[in-house]
Ligand binder design. Structure first.
Ligand code: BES
Ligand code: MN
Ligand code: ZN
Length: 465
């Protein structure tokens, strides 16, 4: 799959010179006048991710200049993703690799920039151009690069697949296929069996669809290792239910299984890099549909934990299915629970599509996570589980209600989830967008992994020592 990463250089290898803005003038001084003139004419300022190719004597590319931006900023794979998407086919290598972190980040960026979603591009006129090749830079952690890139491609593929081909059963098949590849155990509870197994909230949300809801449960690793449980929101399509979304709000809702995609991607990373944990992955997979059998606003439903919930809004479905999965996760007291969910529009309003908010009651956990986010250039921002806002979840007739007024929607949704988590100081909730809304070099419009490498780094750092 990653044949565009090659072990060795060849005679025709083209050098890529990566320069910070500060290093550019000195480097130009060492160059012939023709190079200085070309770089100047092309406006090369070493801005972050700026790419300029220098002509070679033979009519090919002589050298590639890549901007790294300002000195001292954390190196990000996104700085490199434009290279494979922009450069013509050929063999390339970085000249002057400062350290192993640079090597790994650059190779990961290159790998990520080769992604294309081609499943539905069947006509020959759309034949893809071949990828340029990169000689693996010295010191690169190739296993990490391949695991992170494969996981990211899995996340993107799962999100990009249209909902007619990615219903709850398809998501289950993807999870089971992954489990088989990884050597993990996989089980699921499907349809009306959810009632007997006491997952009433997952059943209530999913019963309106012809495509049966399910709770998918994967396990891997030595049972004596510390327990880590990942929980994903797998709403394969979110119409809003009877509180139907308008067309504009429904347009992207195939991505509402993005949380599930993220936890499957993480499972791939944790298992293929053999992190010493006892891993459990829970995916609540449903379709939130409108039908004569769908749940309604004003219904009161039961939950796995035994708390009753008044349905104020059928479009606040994610927190309901996560409630059942989080209380199941809590029953075996894992060291850590992490859930990923495309949970609220309010998260996007607060922080935009690129900066996922996270919530936890664990101060040490927050510090470790924020350090990992910085180290992996996979940004997140903590928002508070502000206790006073829990009043928004009060119902006149049930223990809770699932909608929570017009303010602080992401916080209120997180407070709802917290009611189902036994040890909230050992829990992180991520409210992700999971989608690139704008096309950038190497990052097409479509599904995107967010905070996955940051969570992986935190788990590996914590449990590998
Ligand atoms: N899946 C949506 C949240 C969402 C919307 C994520 C747009 C990303 C982009 C979720 O199920 C939802 O509809 N949430 C409602 C909750 C409200 C009814 C309390 C929301 O955020 O509007
Ligand atoms: Mn919804
Ligand atoms: Zn949803």
């Amino acid at each position: 799959m990653f044949d565009f990463l090659t072990d060795s250089r060849s005679d025709d290898t083209i050098a890529i010179t990566a320069l910070t803005e500060a290093a550019l003038p000195d480097w130009l001084d060492t160059q012939p006048a023709s190079v200085r003139k070309w770089a100047d004419l092309q406006g090369f300022k070493a801005k972050k991710a700026q790419i300029v190719s220098l002509p070679g004597d033979d009519g090919g590319v002589g050298r590639v200049l890549l901007g790294l931006g300002k000195e001292g900023e954390a190196l990000s794979p996104w700085t490199f993703v434009g290279l494979p998407a922009t450069l013509p086919r050929g063999n390339y290598a970085f000249d002057g690799v400062p350290d192993a972190a640079f090597a790994t980040t650059a190779a990961l960026g290159w790998a990520l920039g080769t992604y294309r979603f081609e499943r539905y591009k069947l006509s020959d006129s759309e034949a893809p151009r071949p990828h340029p090749h990169l000689a693996i830079p010295e010191g690169c952690d190739r296993a990490y690069v391949e695991a992170a890139a494969r996981a990211t491609f899995l996340v993107r593929d799962l999100i990009n697949t249209p909902p007619n081909d990615m219903g709850p059963a398809d998501l289950e098949r993807e999870a089971f296929d992954l489990a088989a590849r990884l050597g993990a155990e996989a089980t699921s509870v499907i349809g009306e069996d959810l009632i007997d197994a006491n997952f009433p909230a997952i059943y209530a949300v999913g019963k309106g669809s012809e495509r049966a809801p399910r709770l998918i449960d994967l396990r891997w690793g030595d049972p004596s290792h510390p327990k880590v449980t990942l929980v994903g929101k797998g709403v394969c399509f979110d119409t809003g239910g009877y509180n139907l979304k308008p067309g504009s709000g429904m347009a992207l809702m195939k991505k509402d299984m993005g949380g599930a995609a993220h936890v499957l991607g993480l499972a791939h990373m944790i298992v293929s890099l053999n992190v010493p944990v006892r891993l459990r992955v829970l995916v609540a997979a449903v379709e939130n549909s409108v039908s004569g059998n769908a749940f309604r606003p004003s219904d009161v439903i039961d939950t796995h934990k035994g708390l009753t919930v008044e349905i104020g809004n059928t479009d606040a479905e994610g927190r309901l299915i996560l409630a059942d999965a989080l209380s199941l996760a809590s029953e075996e007291s894992p060291e850590l629970i992490v859930d990923f969910a495309t949970l609220t529009g309010a998260a996007r309003s607060a922080l935009g599509p690129e900066l996922p908010p996270y919530f936890t009651d664990g101060e040490d956990l927050a510090a470790a996570f924020s350090a990992s986010a910085a180290a992996t250039a996979d940004p997140v921002w903590r928002l508070p589980l502000w206790p006073a806002y829990a009043d928004n979840l009060k119902s006149n007739i049930a223990d809770l209600r699932n909608d929570g007024g017009p303010f602080a929607g992401a916080v209120v949704a997180a407070l709802f989830l917290k009611r189902f988590v036994a040890r909230p100081e050992r829990w992180i909730h991520l409210d992700i967008y999971g989608w690139n809304p704008e096309k950038r070099a190497g990052r097409p419009v479509g599904g995107e992994a967010m905070a996955m490498r940051a969570i992986f780094d935190m788990i590996r750092t914590r449990f590998e020592s």
